[in-house]
Design a protein around this ligand. Structure first.
Ligand SMILES: Nc1ncnc2c1ncn2[C@@H]1O[C@H](COP(=O)(O)OP(=O)(O)OP(=O)(O)O)[C@@H](O)[C@H]1O
Ligand SMILES: O=C(O)[C@H](O)COP(=O)(O)O
Length: 407
């Protein structure tokens, strides 16, 4: 089997450039702690304790979104989990970043600014193009090795993920190693009974594309979140349109054709919500049957209780359940009913269960469930789901190629 090198193979006393995935929920400008910090902290602590000089890169949000913020707060949260100081420099690869990197002593840890704040990070380019960018060439010159721990971003072909492995000897961090092993095992596992996939969240384009790819391996899709509303819209209900949020219309334009073809060809595989929840004029949770919605005048924030009651037995009768994305805005307790109800049903059965998605897996801790009630809780979203489909992850491929080149 092709494989990459890990921290076990990293020579001593290196200047190491590390890519983490600390992409996190942000509420009112405050970055929310989550298991991405605690898991990556293990890699960071191991590198610092081994006496390497460590500079960390990570991204947060996407340009134009409210979650697109600086990594200053991330440094403090990470330091707390890792038990080592993490300095922060508000620069990606300019003079301030280079001065901070050159000032690192053995065991020091520095976090650089959000990689998506440099214009070189996001352009659609092949790895060779990224490796020739100013960002990669400038930073690579300062280091002996590159460690990629960002399994959950490994499906992206961004400079910090695919450019550096062409410029430096490259290794997988502990999170990359663990997630890769677990998720590859999932892809290879065969199930005799029904396989159910719970699809929700806000990244409709990602999850709908994967629904297409998984038609052979998944017997039933239970839908909620933004993707669920878009499917309801295609089925003729007055939902899935932007009222107070701008989550829906662009995603509808991008996915309408696929959604209609999934509904035409595989309607029996797709289970849609029969009721939805919203905030009424008194600020309370209210529910309405989808057939009674005449025109879209408010945002729907959760699947309704009847839908949860429909979904629970499907989960209980499944041999394997994969979850990608929350069924509602569970961060607000009033709209946690769908996500928590379905997760609790999964936790109570002995089916093989995987919960993926950085945001969604947070609901497990928030609502007092135990990670041990699930077979695997992945901190990856899009990467996890691509692993299920057996699709190669570009950043993993580059780590493997680096190991092959240096063998
Ligand atoms: N109807 C809805 N309207 C708005 N937001 C919703 C709705 N339903 C779910 N969400 C939001 O979806 C988010 C979770 O899904 P999201 O697609 O962002 O990420 P994920 O699947 O957890 O993982 P990752 O971010 O790693 O891809 C939650 O934060 C929740 O508030
Ligand atoms: O949260 C994630 O899934 C990863 O950090 C990738 O983020 P992206 O979908 O904004 O590229």
């Amino acid at each position: 089997m092709r494989s990459f090198r890990t921290l076990d193979d990293l020579p001593a006393q290196q200047r190491v450039l590390v890519r983490l995935d600390l992409n996190s929920p942000v509420e009112d400008g405050v970055v929310q702690d989550n298991r991405r910090f605690s898991r990556h902290a293990e890699t960071v602590a191991e590198l610092a304790e081994a006496g390497h000089r460590v500079a960390l890169m990570a991204h947060q949000g996407r340009p134009g979104r409210d979650t697109f913020v600086s990594l200053e707060q991330h440094a403090d949260i990470l330091a707390e989990h890792a038990g080592v100081d993490v300095d922060f420099v508000p620069d990606t690869f300019g003079d301030d970043a280079l001065a901070a990197i050159r000032g690192l002593d053995a065991g020091d840890v520095l976090l650089l600014e959000n990689t998506r704040m440099t214009d070189d990070e996001l352009p659609e380019k092949e790895p060779e193009g990224h490796a020739a960018s100013d960002f990669v060439e400038t930073l690579a010159a300062e280091f002996d090795a590159y460690v990629n721990d960002a399994y959950s971003a490994a499906h992206r072909k961004h400079a910090s993920l695919v450019g550096f492995p062409l410029a430096l000897p490259s290794y997988a961090g502990r999170v990359m190693q663990t997630e890769y092993e677990a998720n590859t095992a999932i892809a290879e596992r065969e199930f005799d009974g029904d396989v159910t996939m719970v699809i929700g969240g806000t990244k409709a384009t990602d999850v709908i594309g994967v629904m297409e790819a998984l038609d052979e391996t998944v017997d039933r899709f239970l839908l909620g979140g933004v993707a669920g509303e878009l499917f309801l819209r295609a089925a003729g209900y007055s939902v899935g349109e932007d009222v107070e949020t701008d989550l829906f219309d662009d995603q509808w334009d991008a996915n309408e054709e696929v959604i209609r073809s999934v509904l035409d060809e595989r309607r029996d595989q797709v289970t849609l919500a029969t009721d939805l929840a919203y905030e009424d004029d008194d600020g309370e949770r209210a529910e309405v049957a989808v057939g009674d919605i005449e025109e879209k005048s408010q945002s729907f924030l959760d699947i309704g209780s009847d839908t949860v009651a429909d979904y629970e037995p499907v989960v209980r009768d499944s041999e394997a359940v994969f979850v990608k994305g929350a069924l509602g805005v569970f961060e607000d307790e009033r709209f946690s009913v769908g996500t928590v109800g379905v997760l609790e049903a999964i936790a109570e059965t002995d089916c093989f269960s995987v919960v993926g998605g950085g945001d969604t897996s947070r609901a497990i801790t928030m609502y007092g469930m135990s990670e041990s009630d699930f077979s695997h809780v992945s901190i990856a979203g899009g990467a996890y789901i691509r692993a299920l489909t057996g699709e190669p992850l570009p950043a993993v491929e580059l780590l493997v190629q680096s190991a092959e080149r240096e063998a």
